[in-house]
Design a protein around this ligand. Structure first.
Ligand SMILES: NC(=O)c1ccc[n+]([C@@H]2O[C@H](COP(=O)([O-])OP(=O)(O)OC[C@H]3O[C@@H](n4cnc5c(N)ncnc54)[C@H](O)[C@@H]3O)[C@@H](O)[C@H]2O)c1
Length: 337
């Protein structure tokens, strides 16, 4: 196979990013079909990018023998059903995080989707980000020594739509899931215990939906490292994405990316640009890198960086964090397996 023929399911924010990246940055891929119930909007959006088959019915993509792989970027509650059907239809799958909106579905997928004969990549894009990648390279080089502590911060520039919150699976499943995967990715170790908490400080409707808008988690890893995570659904200054790794021989810290690196110093203050506004700006390069890696993994039969196992283990941690926050106790991952 020289060209990977792809159908994209779900043409919202992420589906459009992945489609655009495939067209503009992955010459070995050909996007054939776009599936979204919002057919007219999808047609209008896709006009400027080329000719595609457009359908309201995602199963059309799976029934098409000319499609080798699918990108699933639908709402999280549909991930489990769509992933199972795509694998049954023998399509390779690139699917947005999280693997599922609850632990039960994730566990079922993990048990049933081993040795499927197709590639399945879960879109943990931070693994493909230039800053996170460099921190990981320093860890792998041994220059930081044994890793003892990790701190990660993830704060969005504005509140999500309340309807999105209701269908998201909650702050630990939808949002902090990236940090859980980052902890596993950077330490190369599994989470064994979680202590987490949350508050509703930004929008009471988020509390009424049974969720938090501000949260933290402390993870204890199997190798003894401790990871401290904080997240917020809203800042006043852009998208705040930082990580620091502290080891026995040194530390590495990734700061926020900015539009320019100019620092202006005056009598009043020393100022720089604010962090890049949100994920489409901050993580654009990582989105292109991750989908290119997926296409390569299929065409060159290489392992994916994060598959169903990474999806499942991050969900285990999300569930543990949810229980911990609601029951005000630490939760061992072993309780959930
Ligand atoms: N990696 C990241 O940084 C990141 C950021 C945001 C969202 N996400 C993930 O991406 C996924 C999509 O989020 P989004 O923000 O793009 O949502 P969105 O609401 O913008 O897009 C979802 C799209 O799916 C479509 N859809 C709904 N039902 C469908 C069906 N039955 N068949 C086909 N399409 C259907 C909707 O019409 C919509 O166009 C979520 O799982 C979310 O967790 C990842």
């Amino acid at each position: 196979m020289e060209t990977l023929r792809i159908g994209v399911i779900g043409l919202g924010r992420l589906g459009r990013i992945h489609t655009t990246n495939l067209i503009q940055h992955v010459p070995e891929a050909k996007v054939k079909t776009l599936a979204d119930p919002r057919v007219d909007e999808t047609k209008k959006w896709a006009e400027r990018l080329g000719d595609f088959e457009i359908t309201a019915n995602w199963q059309d993509v799976l029934e098409d023998p000319e499609i080798d792989a699918v990108v699933i970027a639908s709402p999280t509650t549909l991930h489990g059903e769509m992933l199972k059907a795509a694998v049954k239809a023998k399509k390779h799958v690139f699917m947005e995080k999280p693997l599922a909106h609850n632990l039960e579905t994730a566990r079922e997928l993990y048990k049933n989707l081993k040795n499927t004969g197709v590639k399945i990549q879960i879109a943990f894009n931070r693994r493909f980000d230039h800053n996170f990648r460099k921190v990981k390279d320093f860890i792998d080089s041994g220059e930081l020594g044994e890793i003892h502590l990790i701190r990660t911060t993830s704060r969005d520039p504005h509140l999500p739509d309340i309807e999105f919150v209701k269908k998201s699976g909650g702050i630990f499943f939808d949002f902090m899931i990236h940090e859980f995967d980052t902890a596993r990715f950077l330490t190369g170790s599994e989470v064994v215990e979680v202590y987490a908490g949350g508050s509703v400080l930004l929008d009471p409707r988020i509390g009424e939906a049974g969720d938090f808008d501000t949260a933290y988690a402390i993870l204890k890893m199997e190798n003894g490292a401790i990871c401290a995570i904080d997240v917020s659904r809203k800042t006043t200054y852009g998208y705040d994405q930082r990580v620091e790794v502290f080891g026995s021989k040194g530390s590495a810290r990734a700061e926020n990316d900015r539009e320019t690196n100019v620092i202006v110093s005056t009598e009043a203050a020393v100022c720089s640009d604010k962090p890049l506004y949100y994920f489409p700006q901050r993580y654009m390069q990582s989105f292109a890198n991750e989908i290119r890696a997926f296409v390569e993994s299929v065409l060159e039969d290489k392992d994916v960086s994060a598959g169903v196992e990474a999806g499942y283990y991050s969900i285990l941690v999300a569930r543990a964090a949810d229980i911990s926050a609601k029951e005000n106790r630490s939760v061992k991952i072993a309780e959930l397996i």
